[in-house]
Design a protein around this ligand. Structure first.
Ligand code: CMP
Length: 141
């Protein structure tokens, strides 16, 4: 799976109409979109997706935010996708993100930070199957 990563455009960015702009940034950076949907997370979904953060002070706010509106989920293909995509989106805290990164351009705060990118190949696989059935993933694209 090292050529794949999972992204979510978060409710802050979707509600501001940034979906098309961000997908354009992603494809212009050389990623192929091989799965894509406009969807939403239930509270149970968000608690499961972010279970690694359970117990942290921001956990409840995070799941409330991530269930507050629609999201875009997508699987992206590129060589060394996880690392390359995390470079494209920038640091979790947009104040610390490099100029030109997606979070620098569009994020409001550490929590409302516009976009998610998997942090490892293992999590990319887990997160891909969280959002997509095999028939929704077009690896040849
Ligand atoms: P992401 O890296 O996509 O997945 C975990 C999310 O938790 C992260 O984006 C932020 O939205 C949120 N998060 C991480 N650290 C903090 C923090 N210190 N305060 C608030 N939210 C956080």
């Amino acid at each position: 799976m090292s050529n794949f990563t999972l992204t979510m455009i978060k409710p802050d960015a979707v509600s501001k109409g940034l979906t098309g702009t961000i997908l354009k940034d992603i494809t212009e950076a050389g990623f192929s979109i091989i799965a894509l949907k406009l969807t939403s997370l239930t509270l149970a979904d968000a608690q499961r997706f972010y279970s690694v953060h359970q117990g942290k002070p921001f956990f409840e706010d995070l799941v409330n935010f991530m269930t507050s509106g629609p999201i875009i989920a997508a699987v992206l293909k590129k060589e060394n996708a996880v690392e390359n995509f995390r470079k494209l989106i920038g640091a979790t805290n947009p104040d610390q993100a490099e100029e030109g990164t997606i979070r620098k351009k569009y994020a409001e705060s550490t929590q409302r930070n516009a976009i998610h990118g998997s942090d490892s190949d293992e999590n990319a696989a887990i997160e891909t199957h969280f959002h997509f059935a095999e028939r929704e993933i077009f690896s040849f694209l």
